[in-house]
Design a binder for this molecule. Structure first.
Ligand SMILES: [Zn+2]
Ligand SMILES: [Zn+2]
Ligand SMILES: [Zn+2]
Length: 269
């Protein structure tokens, strides 16, 4: 390790790192170093203590398959699904597929070739990263929300709402930022899709518009009153009013829940 710290001191500034030597499974061959490194890294992130017993070839074979499967599963080429679908499809919250038709789900963005996925470490269910609002910088363990208590009390959101009103939950800057993210497609939203492609998916639209929210009517109106002047669109056009009510209000609500309650997008839906 001292050699490494010397060799990479200018690249990763390893000198500033604290170095520890946790127990890990012992390698006795010359071919499985990658398997050992990946395993040790994964178990360390998960906080699992390891012993330093050696592994046999059968165990190593399984581990090699496991890591290979994880690597492949991280990027599934479209049309060649090798695992279950996105959990959000079941509640019509998937931003890639419309599953309102029985037996077949239709892709919303047929041109998207690569779908990024994230797995819930608690229930082992899969979500598109965009359906989870999973940020690449987020490290550690992802849970979809299945481990949260039911019924959920929304304590931080409602406390802030009581003290500071709707403006304490989301700033005008954030509202503008959200609109930009939706416009550019950086934030995927099946609501935005429907607004941009009206007419096509009536069943999905009905379901999305009928979704309940944790806010009461007054707060909803406050939110609408905050969003409308912030975006300064031409509200003599019905489509812009639709945009505020059908896209921006739910997207802002999801954004609030993701930030205030630490929800995944899937759970906020
Ligand atoms: Zn090797
Ligand atoms: Zn999805
Ligand atoms: Zn889960």
């Amino acid at each position: 390790m001292d050699i490494l710290s010397l060799a990479f001191q200018n690249i990763w500034r390893l000198k500033e790192w604290s170095i520890s030597y946790p127990d890990q499974w012992r390698q006795k061959d010359g071919v499985n170093c990658g398997v050992f490194v990946c395993t040790a890294a994964e178990l360390d992130i998960k906080g699992t203590d390891m012993t330093n017993e050696p592994l046999n070839q059968v165990q190593l074979g399984h581990l090699r398959m496991y890591h290979a499967a994880c690597l492949i599963a991280d990027s599934v080429p479209k049309g060649k699904k090798v695992r279950e679908s996105c959990m959000a499809e079941a509640i019509h919250a998937c931003n890639y597929y419309d599953s309102t038709r029985k037996g077949q789900s239709r892709p919303l963005y047929p041109h998207v070739q690569k779908e990024d996925w994230v797995k819930c470490e608690t229930c082992n269910g899969w979500l598109h990263k965009d359906c989870a609002c999973y940020e690449p910088s987020q490290s550690g363990i992802f849970t979809c929300g299945c481990d949260l208590p039911e019924p959920y009390a929304f304590t931080s959101t409602l406390t802030s709402l009581r003290d500071k009103g709707v403006e304490g939950l989301i700033s005008k800057e954030r509202i503008k930022e959200l609109k930009e993210m939706l416009d550019s497609g950086e934030r995927k939203s099946n609501r935005m899709f429907l607004w941009q492609n009206p007419g096509g998916n009536r069943a999905l639209k009905t379901i999305l518009n009928g979704k309940p929210t944790c806010f009461n009517e007054k707060h909803m109106n406050d939110l609408i009153d905050l969003i409308k002047p912030t975006l300064s669109l031409d509200y003599s056009l019905f489509s812009n009013i639709d945009f505020v009510i059908d896209v921006m209000v739910p997207e802002a609500t999801i954004d609030i829940l993701v930030r205030f309650e630490g929800f995944s997008r899937f759970y906020a839906e």
